[in-house]
Design a protein around this ligand. Structure first.
Ligand SMILES: [Zn+2]
Length: 129
């Protein structure tokens, strides 16, 4: 095996990614966006999603709401102010990528600050309480 930069295609969306950036997802190798998109909001309660959240809390350490990173705080405060927002609204209003919002939501969910809720056919993010 030759080590070095090697690209592959994401099994879900077909995006070209560096092999070292690939994630295992149900036996497939996928890009970061697909990996985290699969965590939220379709399976917010499954154990796999929980383990991803644990991974993030290890990366971010123990955080209280006052200590959120700026981007996390922006999402959290928008949800508190508005009551709910779809991923599309967050992308548009905060200028973030879907993968970023997913990562932030995993952290906010883990901290019990926000969660996903399906209203009609649309998934919204809402404050935890
Ligand atoms: Zn992908």
């Amino acid at each position: 095996m030759v080590w070095g930069k090697k690209t592959m295609k994401c099994a879900r969306c077909g995006a070209e990614i560096d092999e070292r950036d690939a994630y295992e997802l149900g036996g497939e190798r996928v890009c970061e966006d697909c990996y985290f998109d699969s965590m939220m909001p379709q399976h917010p309660c499954d154990p796999f999603a929980q383990s991803a959240a644990d991974k993030f809390s290890r990366i971010f350490g123990v955080i209280s709401p006052e200590e959120l990173l700026d981007d996390q705080k922006r999402v959290y405060e928008l949800l508190k102010k508005r009551g709910k927002a779809s991923q599309e609204e967050l992308i548009r209003e905060l200028g973030m990528r879907p993968g970023e919002i997913t990562q932030i939501m995993i952290v906010l969910r883990r901290l019990k600050l926000a969660k996903a809720r399906k209203i009609g056919d649309t998934v919204y993010y809402v404050p935890w309480d």
